[in-house]
Write a protein that binds this ligand. Structure first.
Ligand SMILES: [Zn+2]
Length: 323
């Protein structure tokens, strides 16, 4: 029998990561590149180029059976494309058709968080659970959901846009999607700096209290990043810790709304902010979620699949759709 392989692709706002999987679920090789943004066709061309680089790895008697993709969204699943990618400055980015045509292989597409929860279900912490949510706290905030063993997809593949749950009516910040008070508008890597600046003004922080952050930002708070704030909190800076108190309360509201909506047994959490600062992110959520809950609290923990979770999910997506 010929050796069977699958290709799995994680299309992010900054990087495209591609892995060659054996049908057993073992990663044989991985490659990555910056996500190109010259034109809507550039990302699929780059993916094809990266897949071609696997050829020497595949034995004479081997063959690739299909390609699974987990991509930033929002997606148009019927057309197999990213409908708008504000972070890339692109619209209508085709993924399925160009790869199917060029490589002559079946291609399966889901949004990255949906792919991630599939990865968690088949390879990670979710194997024994029928009610499972995956949440990423990274540049943005997103989720993927299983209820009673069923993957939630929705009419356009956007059934679990948890980053756009309303968590605030005090600051009423506008989200990138245009909505008001959305979780992602406060606690995502992209938007945390803006929220932090508002809090710093509101707290009337003295110069001495701002010393750490001013030093890290070269005395220019417009250079503030989420990374700086989390690192400051890790080092015990009181102002950074105070900012994260508000962030953690909003995170607890987000996790409570997820729990009230989907009643999961487990919420596994990933994304760069969580993976870099697991205790700082999760401990206050676990402590604070109770007062917002109407239902029994779930277990909440960091995903064991780390930054490979979308790759595992995209592999499960394509291999299960073929075999
Ligand atoms: Zn939003």
């Amino acid at each position: 029998m010929r050796d069977r392989y699958y290709v799995s692709v994680d299309v992010g706002a900054t990087r495209i990561r591609v892995a060659l999987f054996k049908s057993s679920g073992e990663i044989v090789q991985r490659v990555e590149a910056s996500t190109p943004r010259e034109n809507p066709e550039a990302p699929s061309r780059k993916i094809i180029e990266l897949i071609d680089s696997f050829k020497p790895k595949i034995s004479m008697r081997g063959e690739i059976l299909g390609v699974g993709i987990g991509s930033i969204g929002p997606l148009d699943l019927k057309k197999g494309m990213i409908s708008v990618a504000p972070n890339l400055g692109l619209k209508e980015v085709p993924l399925v058709e160009p790869i199917e045509e060029k490589l002559g292989l079946p291609v399966a597409l889901q949004n990255d968080c949906t792919a991630a929860v599939i990865g968690e279900k088949y390879f990670g912490a979710g194997k024994t659970f029928d009610n499972l949510v995956y949440v990423t706290i990274s540049t943005g905030i997103g989720g993927g959901v299983y209820v009673d063993g069923h993957l939630l997809v929705g009419k356009d593949g956007n059934a679990a846009e948890v980053g756009h749950f309303v968590v605030d009516n005090r600051w009423n910040l506008k989200c990138g999607c245009g909505g008001i008070g959305h979780w992602e508008a406060y606690c995502s890597g992209r938007n945390l700096p803006r929220f932090a600046k508002i809090l710093i003004e509101e707290l009337k922080a003295k110069d001495s209290e701002k010393r750490y952050l001013m030093k890290r930002c070269n005395r220019d708070l417009t250079r503030l990043t989420a990374k700086t704030i989390y690192e400051g909190a890790e080092e015990g800076d009181p102002l950074c810790l105070r900012i994260l108190e508000e962030v953690s309360d909003l995170n607890a509201r987000g996790f409570a709304s997820i729990t009230n909506a989907y009643d999961p047994e487990l919420i596994s959490v990933g994304g760069a902010i969580t993976l870099n600062h697991p205790k700082l992110v999760l401990d206050p959520i676990i402590r604070g979620i109770g007062k917002y809950l109407a239902v029994r609290a779930p277990e909440i923990k960091v995903t064991p699949l780390g930054e490979d979770i979308v790759l595992y999910g995209a592999f499960a997506l394509i291999s299960r759709s073929i075999s």
